[in-house]
Design a protein around this ligand. Sequence first.
Ligand code: HPA
Length: 277
Amino acid sequence: MKPSKTAAAAAFIRTLFPEFPFRTALILGSGLGSVAGVLEKSRETDVSDIPGWPAPSVSGHRGKLIRGYIGNAPVTVLQGRIHFYEGHPLQTVIFPVAVLADLGVGTIILTNAAGGISPDLEPGDIMMVSDHLNLLMTNPLIGPNDDAAGPRFPDMSEPYDPELRRLAEDAAPGAGIVLKEGVLAATTGPSYETAAEVKMIGKLGGDAVCMSTVPEVIAAVHRGMRVLAFSCITNKATGLHNTRLSHADVKESAARIQTRFTPFMKSVIEKIDRTIT
Ligand code: HPA
């Protein structure tokens, strides 16, 4: 990732929103876009207007950067992320995270739709990510290291911030959520897993599987950000149910989860903001 490219994007965003304190960001996954609707005093820009921002390959999928407030908490929301399966290099997939870091964002929450593997996970559940399996078999930090951004060999012993996880656990009952917790595996997609692959991922310790998030988490940890991630379990993974998977069903299921997920995110962000001085 060329620092100048992300710095130019960050500078552009700062000119759009000069007074805004960039400190907490939320990246929304498939079908979870409506979380942005709870922002007050919000203003937004199409990401296509931001210099250097990678163009999404999926037509009709306009990405937005929205900034606003939840109570007193300033939040930057990204709707529409960039996926590895679109054909972008991983360095491009993490561009938004690098720009957020350049803007001064120190805490990032990532969300996604995922298939449940653990018997404990049912469609409709929200799983807080405790750790991950990077099954993309490549890494977004491959290439020259930007020493100003972070170390060559970043530690990954606690990618998901324990203090933030505790805050989320505290917020869950008040938002009517029975919060599950588990290990998220990421594959490249775009094909869903085979039943044999799901069996393998389960044996390796994966509780849920998705096609995003993990590269962004690696980039965020590299840049010293505090990370929290949630998987909305839209389906049981292949072989654990007797229907075929479709993106339309995944999106519909995510849309149903949103009604509970949105107030939960609101409460988590308010709690997080109180930890930032
Ligand atoms: N596998 C991978 N990604 C997903 C799934 C799945 O079963 N459901 C939603 N996103």
